[in-house]
Design a protein. Sequence first.
Length: 174
Amino acid sequence: MDADDTARTYFERTIKANPSYPGAYAELGRISEKKGELSRAIDEYKKEIAINDSSAIAHQRLGYLYSHHLNDLVKAEAEFQKALKLDPDRIDTLVHYGNILYTLEKYGQSADMFERVLQQDPKNPTANYNLALVYERWGKTKLAIEQWQKFLNMNPPGSWAEEARKRLKALQGK
């Protein structure tokens, strides 16, 4: 029995003693995600939200699973919106939500999410890269060029740098 199995047993006992114990189902969801039991994790996050609708992490993780496991971007968007109302500055939520908005072709809103990340963490490589992609797809060529240059000035890892240089060159050739 590993540490996660021990923790799962502990949280299941806690729930048996107090079915409304806040945070217990969220922890079970985290454990289930880690073990690759994604449908189970979804159910556990839903149970957490039923008990404690103010759990930003449960909404965030549920949104992530809706998007990456079930490919339900509408439900994912709704969960990320709830998570951000509860915790508006959480970087991983902003990044994931920005990606959802990008996929939904809501480029202005997507750019806003990545810009909010960069206000907190100006050197965040994911937000810098994704913001450049958003500007490019949105047709904001000048902003895309500036953002790709900014990203490249951060000395990103190999494959990211290679892709950024390729995109920058293509935009500058327009």
